[in-house]
Design a protein. Structure first.
Length: 72
């Protein structure tokens, strides 16, 4: 089972602060999603299949909605 790394507890991190926090973790795989200053949606990811990326995004969605806790 893959370990979940919790997001920082602050909801007020600026993008640069969030990137600095992300840099503190020894990632095996990573996917970053965001909106640029120009309003463009951007995805940056390490080497992984599209299926793996979708699985990570779905897992993050379930975590954000609190569904992981309900299933425990």
């Amino acid at each position: 089972m893959t370990r979940v790394i919790a997001f920082p507890t602050s909801e007020t991190l600026r993008p640069q602060q969030a990137v600095a926090e992300i840099g503190k973790v020894a990632w095996e795989q990573v996917i970053g999603l965001g909106v640029t200053a120009d309003g463009d949606f951007e995805v940056i990811n390490s080497e992984m299949t599209a299926e793996r990326a979708l699985w990570l995004i779905e897992w993050a969605k379930r975590w954000a909605m609190g569904l992981e806790e309900e299933e425990s």
